[in-house]
Design a protein around this ligand. Structure first.
Ligand code: HEC
Length: 104
């Protein structure tokens, strides 16, 4: 009983990060995007893309001017977007509001 209680009390301290912080999206981002956009998506050869939504990621991965086309599944794009939105929830919220206005 006692060790279990201790374990339960420690759980929040052991998991201080949101579930996506080290999730598949971050791995996908590091594998496919970080070389150009920086490890924290703050920019490098490519621009700062923190807060990018699924729509942004989908449009960009079709290929842009200097951004290459990158073949990812919808699940992968979604995971990357969740990760990028988690890095800047305020920007993400603004983008989602804007998207909901133009998407009709
Ligand atoms: C080879 C370098 C490179 C890689 C790899 C790359 N990007 Fe880019 N990305 C760019 C550049 C450069 C731009 C700026 C637009 C342009 O010139 O094409 C850009 C633009 C973008 C934009 C639009 C930003 C804006 O403000 O309009 C998004 C979103 C984006 N990239 C997401 C991604 C994601 C997600 C990945 C990984 C799946 C990725 N990029 C991989 C170079 C790259």
């Amino acid at each position: 009983m006692r060790p279990f209680l201790l374990f339960t009390l420690c759980m929040p301290a052991l998991t201080p990060l949101p579930f996506w912080a080290d999730g598949p999206g971050q791995t996908q981002f590091v594998d496919h995007c970080a070389a150009c956009h920086g490890l924290h998506a703050l920019g490098g050869n490519g621009p700062d893309i923190q807060g990018s939504t699924l729509r942004d990621v989908t449009v960009a991965t079709r290929g842009m001017d200097q951004m290459p086309e990158i073949d990812l599944s919808e699940a992968e794009r979604r995971a990357i977007a969740v990760y990028l939105m988690s890095l800047s929830p305020e920007i993400a919220a603004q983008k989602l509001r804007f998207e909901s206005q133009i998407a009709r």
